[in-house]
Design a protein around this ligand. Structure first.
Ligand code: MN
Length: 253
């Protein structure tokens, strides 16, 4: 049985999807690009879905780097205008907590979320759970998603958390690493199994940094897939409006 979608958007609504921004204090131009997105195209949307890896790394809501104020204030201003902003954790920012959500007005999504877009059941996910060929990553994911690991990590001083995160990103075979995008892609069987289980017509995910639009056959039915682009060289979003989805290059500021 297919569950009722948590949200249902009519074709008349503009709904935006972004992922893999990897916002980082060391890349201020992309923070500016994200602020321009919040102050520009996002204002005309009914809803914005952030499908993971908004941040290059998130070490806890008490991170006092002032650069984050520029990001969080932009999201807060957008939500104050009445745009519904939904946040799904990725493999870099799974430690985003309730404090950040309360400050920005974002609501948290589950790792697998089904929404109605017009008459199409649309599955949203970050994409990392579909990369089942990467066993080392999946083991790491299980570890860092456990409440015990997270409580232990978040109890450490900020400076130590920064050191640990930097070390993890330097390793290979872990969720926070700079593992090249070419090493990761979704497993076709995992994608088909998820579509079958959730009874969807469409999938939107990120994570692989391989933007595209393709069609899959699942039990004789066509499932449309969109893969979101990252924000390494320019901003990018998917815009759903009027029954059409299109990829929009946001450029840089
Ligand atoms: Mn990712």
């Amino acid at each position: 049985m297919a569950d009722t979608p948590r949200a249902q958007w009519s074709d008349a609504a503009t709904v935006l999807f972004i992922a893999d921004l990897h916002l980082d204090p060391g890349r201020p131009r992309m923070i500016d690009a994200f602020r321009a997105f919040c102050a520009g195209p996002a204002r005309t949307a009914r809803a914005v879905y952030i499908l993971g890896d908004l941040f290059e790394v998130w070490i806890g809501d008490d991170d006092d780097n002032p650069v984050w104020d520029r990001v969080l204030d932009a999201i807060g201003a957008l939500s104050a205008r009445g745009v519904a902003i939904h946040f799904m954790p990725g493999n870099r920012d799974f430690l985003v907590g309730d404090r950040l959500l309360a400050r920005t007005g974002m609501s948290r999504l589950d790792d697998i979320e089904v929404i109605g877009l017009g008459d199409r059941r649309t599955l949203l996910c970050h994409g990392d759970t579909l990369c089942t060929d990467d066993g080392a990553y999946q083991a790491f994911r299980n570890q860092v998603r456990s409440p015990e690991w997270q409580q232990d990590f978040l109890a450490r001083p900020l400076a130590e958390r920064r050191r640990i995160a930097a070390g993890l990103r330097g390793d290979s075979g872990d969720a926070m690493s700079g593992k090249s995008a070419g090493q990761m892609d979704v497993n076709a069987n995992a994608l088909r199994a998820l579509c079958r289980e959730q009874v969807v017509d469409r999938v939107i995910h990120g994570h692989t940094h391989r933007p595209g639009h393709d069609r899959w056959t699942v039990d004789g039915k066509t499932v449309e897939r969109w893969v979101l682009a990252d924000w390494f060289t320019a901003g990018s979003m998917l815009r759903a409006h009027g029954g059409v989805i299109e990829s929009v290059d946001l450029g840089t500021t």
